[in-house]
Ligand binder design. Structure first.
Ligand SMILES: [Zn+2]
Ligand SMILES: [Zn+2]
Length: 275
């Protein structure tokens, strides 16, 4: 491999995480409902678990698969005479669209919602929420990403840029960070901001089912899922979903079992009327 993928990813993660944690402490958007000590051990444990699990279960990273694809001529971009810079830019945009569609699917299909709702059961919203996903969702989304990389024939550099960017923007847009209103309004045209994504973590069903983007904000605006602000305001809104609202649900063991406990809830877009 021409670059050390693991080192690039880990150092970017540490740098962005530290910057966000410090910014949150300096300019918080909302008072915390739970202390860091209550939430962070579970959230950080699940990130570590997910990282190890993906390494053990899936032998190829998306970047290594892109390198193999380039050698063997897999996928659309490896078979089109596109200049490399536009293939790199195109892959960042197309992979982002794939992640947006995947996120909508994880809300729409009841079985997938059971997995994804663990991301929504955090009772506060901060940088650690951005990496808090159920391991089965992480493995499934890795497989979907590998499929997208093979089918699109995205160049390895594009995949690496996309992954580092998505990791960074996910920590940024989950930040409990107060940005000046005008800056937020301008930034929202380029990247999903904390105030934009926080709407997605509202307990209100219609707000949960909006603002699905993690990185580029355009898909929500283009495809009709954009919502500007939460009805109750950022300080008045309730974070989380109606289920799993006790503090013990923030523990790793409880989080891992959440997909298999209780009813599906009325968030997923089902064709049946909710029970
Ligand atoms: Zn979601
Ligand atoms: Zn989120």
């Amino acid at each position: 491999m021409p670059f050390d993928e693991a080192a690039i990813r880990l150092s970017a993660f540490i740098a962005v995480f530290t910057a966000m944690a410090l910014s949150e402490a300096a300019a918080p958007r909302r008072p915390r409902a739970y202390s860091r000590l209550t939430r962070w051990p579970g959230n950080l444990a699940i990130v570590t678990l997910n990282t190890v699990l993906v390494r053990v279960l899936i032998p190829a990273t998306a970047v290594s698969l892109a390198l193999i694809g380039a050698k063997r001529g897999w996928g659309v971009m490896n078979n089109l005479p596109v200049p490399s810079w536009s293939a790199i830019a195109g892959s960042v945009v197309l992979l982002d669209l794939a992640i947006y569609l995947q996120h909508v699917m994880f809300h729409a299909v009841p079985g997938f919602w059971r997995l994804h709702r663990m991301h929504h059961t955090d009772l506060d919203f901060d940088v650690t929420t951005g990496a808090r996903f159920h391991p089965i969702e992480i493995v499934l989304s890795m497989l979907i990403k590998l499929g997208a990389v093979a089918a699109l024939g995205t160049p390895a550099a594009g995949v690496l840029i996309f992954e580092v960017l998505l990791n960074a923007t996910s920590m940024f847009n989950h930040g409990n960070l107060r940005l000046p209103g005008r800056l937020d309004r301008y930034l929202r045209w380029l990247v999903v901001t904390p105030d934009m994504h926080r709407v997605h973590h509202s307990i209100v069903v219609g707000e949960t089912n909006s603002n699905f983007g993690f990185n580029l904000p355009w898909w929500d605006r283009l495809l009709g899922t954009y919502r500007d602000q939460p009805a109750a305001g950022h300080e008045g809104m309730i974070i989380g979903i109606e289920q799993f609202r006790e503090a013990r649900e923030l523990r790793l063991d409880r989080m891992l079992l959440q997909p298999f406990r209780g009813p599906g809830g009325r968030y997923a877009i089902t064709w049946r009327s909710p029970a």
